[in-house]
Design a protein around this ligand. Structure first.
Ligand SMILES: O=c1nc2n(C[C@H](O)[C@H](O)[C@H](O)CO)c3cc(O)ccc3cc-2c(=O)[nH]1
Ligand SMILES: C[C@H]1O[C@@H](n2cnc3c(N)ncnc32)[C@H](O)[C@@H]1O
Ligand code: MET
Ligand code: SF4
Length: 408
């Protein structure tokens, strides 16, 4: 993987900020550059003309969390949930429903270390003999592997080196968003005030630890949480450096937080989306070849307006994404529950109209399957059973239909 880094262009923070500001003709030029870089990336990976997604189910193992991110509606209090954690049979029920629909991924997304804050979480774990939330994640992921053959992707927040090592045999990939390198956000009034796990130094160190542990890793940034353009530039540069140094960053998610209607950007929805699209394009330019750039399709467009979603999705494709992330025929996006998944036919149509074939993939990307040392021997057979010859997922077996490609 070592030689994949080419000078992708913008080097200094100032240059990156200028690109993030691009609008009008400058934005058009940026999108074209990013599109060319995506073609280069896909050729480098041996899958030209292919945009992927992961057919998945979402397992919100616990919605209790020790952090208090101001944008998060996922985290809640013990009184509002039937139990602190899902039981193993509930997890398996969700995974089996996914298997029936051709899914290959079980996404474990959960609150960070809730036992450090909530006695209900601590009591639940203790009663069942688990030492920590991460210990229970390991058991639940193993149960999914054994019971369904689906592949766990683990997104449990900050992990220590010991925890990464413990989880590696039960999941071919893990992830954690950097969110932002902005230290101001952790100060009073900031979106991360009261969230010790969102301290930028802690997050950067955890992503680095995942690299040392050789865990194929998903990370990314959240756009529009009060960070400045300079913060955004520094965040993307930091991720590019980590990807370059350790080679473990399989994908970078650029996720848009949509500011609520009563905040500063009210009345400028297009400007807001252009700003997000510029961030996507800049991510593509900065990342080494081999790093997928992902944007979720369900956060595009005005809620309930299919045409608007389709045109926003088309813009994301122009900005250089090559993946839509996890899409579920079974479970909602529990992090953004008001935003339903697009139908696969619609997503295939948008992707096809842009000149790409939409293909299902596994949680772990093909290059980590090809190169030795990335996937733990304990979980490698489960990956092998689901993978096509090229390391993606066979289209027929996933329930997704092949798409006619429009001329480019
Ligand atoms: O449905 C979602 N999937 C999310 N995913 C899942 C992602 O779309 C896929 O699981 C990965 O691409 C692996 O296939 C994340 C995965 C990570 O590792 C880190 C953050 C996220 C964030 C989300 C999210 O907000 N909603
Ligand atoms: C799982 C990931 O989802 C993102 N996340 C959390 N809350 C929101 C929201 N309201 N809108 C968009 N993304 C969000 C964070 O980046 C987290 O790491
Ligand atoms: C629901 S948020 C995703 C997982 C973890 N709590 C984090 O913020 O990183
Ligand atoms: S750490 Fe994750 S689950 Fe917890 S409040 Fe923040 S975004 Fe929500």
């Amino acid at each position: 993987m070592g030689d994949q880094r080419e000078p992708a262009g913008p080097g200094s923070v100032d240059e990156v900020v200028t690109l993030l500001r691009a609008r009008g003709d400058a934005l058009e030029a940026l999108l074209e550059r990013a599109g060319r870089r995506r073609e280069e990336h896909l050729a480098h990976e041996g899958r030209p003309g292919t945009v992927t997604y992961s057919p998945k189910v979402f397992v919100p193992l616990t919605r209790l969390c020790r952090d208090r991110c101001h944008y998060c509606t996922f985290a809640t209090v013990p009184g509002r949930v039937p139990a602190a954690y899902l039981e193993l049979d509930e997890v398996l029920g969700i995974a089996r429903a996914g298997a029936d629909q051709g899914c290959t991924e079980v996404l474990f997304t959960l609150g960070d270390r809730p036992e450090a804050r909530w006695s209900a979480a601590d009591a639940w774990l203790t009663a069942r003999g688990y030492a920590s939330t991460i210990d229970y994640v390991r058991t639940a992921a193993q149960a999914v592997l054994d019971g369904t053959g689906l592949l766990p992707h683990l997104n449990p927040g900050v992990m220590t080196p010991d925890e990464l090592a413990a989880l590696r045999p039960v999941a071919p990939s893990m992830g954690m968003m950097l969110e932002s390198t902005s230290t101001l956000l952790v100060e009073p009034g900031g979106a991360h005030f009261g969230s010790p796990d969102k301290e930028p130094a802690v997050r950067l160190a955890a992503i680095e630890d995942a690299g040392r542990a050789r865990v194929p890793f998903t990370t990314g940034i959240l756009v529009g949480i009060g960070e400045s353009l300079r913060d955004r530039a520094e965040s993307l540069l930091a991720l590019a450096r980590l990807a370059d140094e350790y080679g473990h960053v399989q994908e970078v998610i650029v996720q848009n937080f949509r500011a609520k209607p009563d905040t500063a950007m009210r009345g400028e929805p297009d400007a807001e989306f252009d700003e997000f699209v510029a961030a996507v394009a800049v991510a593509r330019l900065l990342m080494p070849l081999g790093v997928t750039v992902q944007a979720p399709p369900n956060l595009a467009g005005e809620l309930g307006d299919a045409g608007d979603a389709a045109s926003d999705q088309a813009l994301l494709l122009r900005a250089g994404i090559d993946d839509w992330g996890g899409v579920s025929p079974v479970t909602p996006d529990h992090v953004n529950p008001e935003r339903p998944w697009p139908g696969l036919d619609d997503l295939a149509a948008v992707t096809g109209a842009a000149g790409f074939a939409l293909r299902p993939r596994l949680t772990v990307y093909p290059r980590y399957q090809r190169e030795p040392g990335w996937i733990d021997p304990a979980v490698a057979p489960a990956v092998g059973k689901l993978a096509d010859a090229d390391g993606l997922r066979e289209t027929e077996r996933s329930g997704a239909r092949p798409v006619e490609m429009a001329p480019r």
